[in-house]
Ligand binder design. Sequence first.
Ligand code: ZN
Length: 303
Amino acid sequence: MTARQRTIERAVKISGVGLHSGRPATLALIPAPEDSGIVFVQNVDGRRSEIKVDGSRVVETMLSTTLGIDGSNVHTVEHLLSAVWSLGVDNLFVELDSVEVPILDGSAFPFAELIREAGIREQNGARRVIRILSPIVLAEPGRRLAIYPADEFSVDFTIRFDHPALRYQRFQYVASPEGFISEIARARTFCFLREVEAMRAKGLAQGGSLDNAVVIGEHGVLNPEGLRYSDEFVRHKILDLIGDLSLLGYPILGRVEAECAGHRLNVEMVNCIRAQRDRWQLEESGVRVGTAVLPTEAQSVSP
Ligand code: ZN
């Protein structure tokens, strides 16, 4: 059976503030023709920019993932992209009137709800997927990120922190739209109280609050409502990882193992996959398709 490309049925909108910029933002999801991919259309101060999500436009990975082209940047794309990719939307225009995707409640759930509200529509074109053919492993002291051949996408993630309220968590996730909604989407972004002042001093987290992030103090979580899952932190790391790997622009057949990975290492994996063309192939209905694919120009990634 041929899997078809998909877009949404109708345009939908949502508003909020940017986590780091603190600026108000309205985001609209709009159906896109087949073979469009995911395209951010940014309108800020009378300037219009289009940024296609293809792995070549990452300009920054500190605390969140930023895409950019010709000086126009879109910050904190990962939660939205995690929902779009996990719900199987291939083609989409994302209109944004600000420099940052709104953080909403700090999770991917409001975006998943928005996509479900929009409805999903099959298109005529066959869906293309990236099949990993041989392992790609990134390792550095204390961190590791690897992807292995598999017939489905899955993630086994382990985090370790030197903090009395958060030492070790591990979660294994096998991707499906339903699994994403129930196991991953609601996990919120988190930070340690001891980091908040330093982030603010750098001009980050200006829109951050207990309404859109879990804050971990010396003795535990400061949010009065507590956690949504007992292991919410590692689940959010999976949410971020999916959003970052989705930058490749295609669904992925591969098994991911991650230990203490974050945006920088995730994006390094995206770049490695793009560079190591002998370790994967693009498939359509289980059959390898030609070489027309990921752009190959060099990207700049700053830590
Ligand atoms: Zn996140």
